[in-house]
Design a protein around this ligand. Structure first.
Ligand SMILES: NC(=O)c1ccc[n+]([C@@H]2O[C@H](COP(=O)([O-])OP(=O)(O)OC[C@H]3O[C@@H](n4cnc5c(N)ncnc54)[C@H](OP(=O)(O)O)[C@@H]3O)[C@@H](O)[C@H]2O)c1
Length: 341
């Protein structure tokens, strides 16, 4: 359905801890017109990702080094997030009406952009999605940042050999479930760590993980890791950081490798030094030149059912805050997506 009003979700209040619905509000206005060298995109879907939470905090001593170009959002500004959309008007020779595009353009039903990278709100610029490669919706999941992160971290940092062990935190999340399945294809011994028995069942029985640990109910995580990886952990794919990560790091094998992929355990907290903790972290943005090859590999694996994932689609822009809060509360298996139009 085509909408006649520009609607956007903006920050109403800086969240304290886990965000609440009242931290967000909807604003409406006229549909913006593209200027010189700009295009108008109609949003089809939003891809929700935990890193948005980091952008909802005011700039402080703890995070100012991460924001050399200014705050990513602020009270009254649109919530940053991934958009899959269609170009409906273009004054930019690089983009044509009808192009399917993806970019970090915020939670809104229309967006005007020049498509270029902008450090504060769209660090990689707008990319055209090739519908021949896969269903466009895959470009905000396995063919987007989560899938590229999983495959490129495994390639550059994991370097898994057959029968080596890998432990993954937030293993049923989008990055985690893909990293685990890619590791299974390399004949590694794959152990997922997650928060519910339902997710453990999914990892073991649907995806074929070798072991799954419920970190909320396991009385002794250290003992559970030792039992799952008696020769030590050869590769730790860490999506969460926090105490759980410290316990797993204490169980690394002699040549163990660690990918520090994300620090979700801290995203709702204040008073931690983001620059210090993100220093040295794996960043998919450092491997842009490999995206095309990686996307081809993932698209083939999706077609051959070598990898799979679950996706839940929420209806309407207004559902984005509620879906995002559910994601941060650990309710998701795989990807949470909002259908906007
Ligand atoms: N380095 C990069 O270039 C790059 C690129 C993309 C994403 N990332 C990072 O990769 C990680 C995974 O991203 P994703 O998009 O796939 O999200 P995700 O793993 O689906 O994130 C949601 C999950 O995080 C877990 N979680 C939430 N709060 C937690 C807490 N306090 N402690 C531990 N776990 C918690 C929950 O899983 P459980 O039920 O298992 O607790 C929840 O289901 C994130 O840290 C993200 O920032 C990094």
């Amino acid at each position: 359905m085509t909408q006649t009003v520009h609607r956007k979700v903006v920050l109403n209040a800086y969240p304290k801890g886990t965000p609440k619905p009242s931290d967000f509000r909807i604003e409406e206005g006229p549909i913006p017109e593209p200027g010189e060298n700009e295009m108008l995109i109609r949003t089809l879907y939003l891809g929700l990702e935990p890193r948005t939470r980091l952008m909802l905090n005011p700039t402080t001593e703890d995070n100012k080094a991460m924001r050399p170009h200014g705050a990513m959002t602020d009270i009254g500004k649109v919530i940053p997030g991934t958009v899959l959309g269609v170009v409906i008007k273009s004054n930019n020779p690089k983009f044509n009406s009808g192009d399917l595009v993806e970019g970090f353009l915020g939670w809104q039903n229309y967006v005007v952009t020049d498509g270029e990278p902008h450090p504060t709100n769209n660090p990689e610029g707008v990319a055209i999605c090739d519908p021949e490669l896969a269903d466009p919706i895959e470009f905000i999941g396995p063919l987007g940042a989560p899938g590229l992160t999983a495959i490129l971290a495994l390639k550059h940092e994991g370097k898994l050999q057959q029968e080596e062990s890998i432990v993954i935190t937030s293993a049923a999340g989008m990055v985690g479930c893909l990293a685990g399945q890619l590791a299974l294809l390399l004949d590694a011994w794959v152990v997922g760590v997650t928060s519910t028995d339902e997710k453990c069942d999914y990892l073991m029985n649907e995806l074929g993980f070798d072991a799954a640990i419920n970190y909320k109910t396991t009385e002794d995580l250290d003992a559970a890791i030792k039992e799952a990886c008696p020769d030590g952990v050869d590769y730790f794919f860490d999506n969460t950081g926090g105490d759980m990560a410290e316990t797993i790091k204490a169980n690394m094998s002699k040549n163990g490798r660690i990918t520090r992929c994300g620090i979700i355990a801290n995203y709702n907290k204040t008073g931690w030094n983001q620059s210090e903790q993100f220093d040295g972290q794996f960043s998919v943005h450092n491997h842009v030149s490999e995206y095309a090859d990686a996307r081809n590999t993932i698209a083939d694996l999706l077609k051959d059912e070598g990898i799979q994932y679950q996706r839940k689609v929420f209806e309407g822009l207004d559902s984005a805050p509620e879906a995002f809060i559910a994601l941060l509360s650990g309710q998701n298996i795989g990807k949470y997506i909002v259908q906007v139009s």
